[in-house]
Design a protein around this ligand. Structure first.
Ligand code: PRP
Ligand code: URA
Length: 213
């Protein structure tokens, strides 16, 4: 895959270890959910490194008063792409519990593989926030691109996208369609099969998170 300035692929033994268990078809729904949350926490650490609005406060230690930088209240919004993106929300919340949550519903048409939007509910004032869009699977990239475009149409200017597993096709599509959006992918897989599922992937993330198959 081409290199993109706005794409970060994680190369970390802890994340690789957790992804190996996540992929395994024998991994239970409970463990799958926990792993998605843990991997998201690790990714959030990097995703929130730059660009998060901060402010200075005074803190009184037992010895003296000092000035400290903290993340500004009400500055971060998490936007999961339903359904599977829901599995990543707690991972971001564990790192920044007061983040608000907006929801975008998308499903892929089974024959065309094109994303179909069916729901959107976003916090008021989202256009001025640091927005983190989450979805564990970045396959063709259609769902991510449309969700990001929807947020831009609402006025959002500061958008990040996090996926756990990416196919080269999807990563390239998002990186090129939205060069102003930083894309964080914990691992890059080989490609897509004839049904646009990621190989080796982990199967259907929504079904594995929610036990629907
Ligand atoms: C999955 C996944 C992404 C999308 C990725 O959702 O969670 O949203 O597919 O595919 P793409 O990159 O080719 O658009 P799905 O449509 O299966 O819906 P679900 O989360 O409700 O199961
Ligand atoms: N959606 C999934 O859940 N898995 C894939 O491999 C592709 C799309």
């Amino acid at each position: 895959m081409k290199q993109y300035d706005n794409v970060m692929i994680f190369d970390h033994p802890l994340i690789r270890h957790k992804i190996a268990i996540l992929r395994d078809e024998r991994t239970s729904m409970k463990e799958f959910r926990e792993l998605v949350e843990e991997i998201t926490m690790l990714m959030t650490f990097e995703c929130l490194k730059d660009g998060v609005p901060t402010t200075e406060i005074e803190v009184k230690t037992p010895l003296e008063v000092c000035k400290q930088q903290v993340v500004k209240d009400d500055s971060i919004v998490i936007v999961p792409i339903l359904r599977a993106g829901l599995g990543m929300v707690n991972g971001v919340h564990r790192m920044f519990p007061s983040a608000k949550v907006g929801h975008i519903g998308m499903y892929r048409d089974e024959t065309t593989f094109q994303p179909q939007s069916y729901y959107c509910k976003l916090p008021c004032g989202i256009e001025d926030k640091f927005v983190v869009v989450v979805d564990p699977m970045l396959a063709t990239g259609g769902s991510a691109c449309d969700a990001i475009q929807l947020l831009k149409d609402k006025g959002c200017k500061n958008i990040r996208f996090m996926a756990i597993i990416g196919a080269p096709e999807g990563v390239s599509k998002v990186a090129e369609t939205h060069p102003d959006v930083n894309v964080y992918v914990s691992t890059l897989d080989r490609g897509l099969n004839e049904n646009c599922y990621i190989l080796p992937g982990l199967g259907d993330a929504g079904d594995r998170l929610f036990g629907t198959k």
